[in-house]
Design a protein around this ligand. Structure first.
Ligand SMILES: Nc1ncnc2c1ncn2[C@@H]1O[C@H](COP(=O)(O)OP(=O)(O)OP(=O)(O)O)[C@@H](O)[C@H]1O
Ligand SMILES: [Mg+2]
Length: 331
């Protein structure tokens, strides 16, 4: 029998975040989980959108089940005992807080306990459906791995919110790199409170400010930050030309946020999604041969083959592949 320790070592955690709400995170978490399970992987999808838990809907499951809220309130239960079968082979579900209000305001010790226990779950892929925006909790779940997934549409506001999310994430990673309760931490928090006359705080600006106080710590913080390499996926695209923004987005991430990223997938807008939701059924049960199912399978396949390594030239590759696919479908 394979040991749990061994499987934890092999397990991939994929937190799904977005700057803007409603871009399709819960939809993707459920259906990417389904696709990975269909490709033979053991998957747990966990609802970490406290205050807005609705992942069960996309899986076609009732919201009556105990979940993370119950685990955090009743300190004795084990998280792994709350993992539920979904009716699909190899796909499991961990419910959020539908039964426990106000969990969105959980305190630090609860969050650390949850993160520790999530990392012990036994599966090949652990997919985390996060809340939108950059609350400390969401940022800390996203930081559970250096390779998180960010979902966005190509709309200007969605891209702007993505940049804000990543900037706040950078500040959080830098904050975590500082000695606890130190003068530096105080200085860092003070630098967030800028007067309206000052320039907007940038990642480079923050690191430079730190360097004037402690060069060594600033270097550690920078090293910690540049290790992160988020994977960006576009959703609800209507035409491949919308991806024309990709090169300027890549440059902005490098120049303004000192961040390398990979462009991992593009999912097209598809009315099948709405139909499956109206029927309260998982998408694969409504139409497993829809275009969106095909898009998600392509993404799942790419994740299995390429998730652990940096992609070369991912922006151009994604644009070319999406154009090819679109023209095959629409002539
Ligand atoms: N590719 C797609 N084509 C058509 N509709 C989609 C697509 N992806 C998602 N949707 C629809 O967009 C809506 C929002 O999706 P979802 O709830 O997954 O977003 P979210 O990012 O999880 O939102 P929140 O931030 O509120 O949790 C849903 O009605 C979903 O069915
Ligand atoms: Mg959601």
């Amino acid at each position: 029998m394979k040991s749990k320790r061994n499987s934890i070592f092999k397990r991939t955690i994929i937190p799904i975040a977005s700057g803007k709400g409603g871009v399709g995170k819960s939809f993707l978490a459920a259906n990417l989980g389904t696709a990975l399970a269909e490709l033979g992987k053991t998957v747990i999808v966990a609802d970490l959108d406290f205050g807005g838990s609705n992942l069960h809907t996309f899986l076609g499951i009732n919201n009556i089940h105990p979940g993370i809220g119950d685990f955090l309130r009743a300190r004795t239960s084990r998280l792994e005992d709350l993992v539920l079968p979904t009716g699909q082979n190899k796909l499991f579900f961990l419910a959020g807080d539908v039964r426990s209000p106000f969990l969105a305001n959980m305190h630090h010790a609860q969050k650390m306990r949850l993160i520790y226990n999530l990392k012990q779950l036994d599966c090949e892929y652990l997919i985390l459906d996060l809340g939108s925006g950059s609350s400390y909790n969401t940022l800390d779940y996203f930081a559970m791995t250096q390779l998180g997934l960010i979902l966005t549409t190509t709309e200007h506001t969605s891209i702007m919110n993505l940049l804000t999310f990543l900037k706040h994430f950078a500040f959080r990673v830098i904050e975590h790199s500082l000695p606890k309760n130190s003068f530096l931490e105080e200085k860092l928090r003070a630098s967030y409170n800028r007067s309206v006359m000052e320039d907007v705080l940038t990642v480079r600006g923050l690191l430079d400010e730190l360097a004037t106080i402690d060069l060594n710590v600033a270097q550690i913080a920078e090293n910690n930050w540049v290790r992160y390499r988020p994977r960006i996926v576009f959703n609800k695209c209507k035409e491949p030309d919308e991806l024309d923004l990709i090169n300027s987005l890549e440059n902005t991430l490098i120049q303004n946020l000192m961040l390398r990223s990979d462009f991992f997938g593009c999912l097209f807008d598809d009315p099948t999604v709405m139909i499956s939701l109206k029927q309260r059924k998982a998408l694969y049960k409504v139409n497993s041969s829809s275009q969106i199912s095909e898009d998600i399978h392509l993404l799942a396949d790419r994740i299995i083959r390429l998730w652990k390594q940096p992609l070369r030239n991912s922006a151009d590759l994604l644009v070319n592949n999406s154009q090819k696919l679109y023209h095959q479908r629409h002539g």
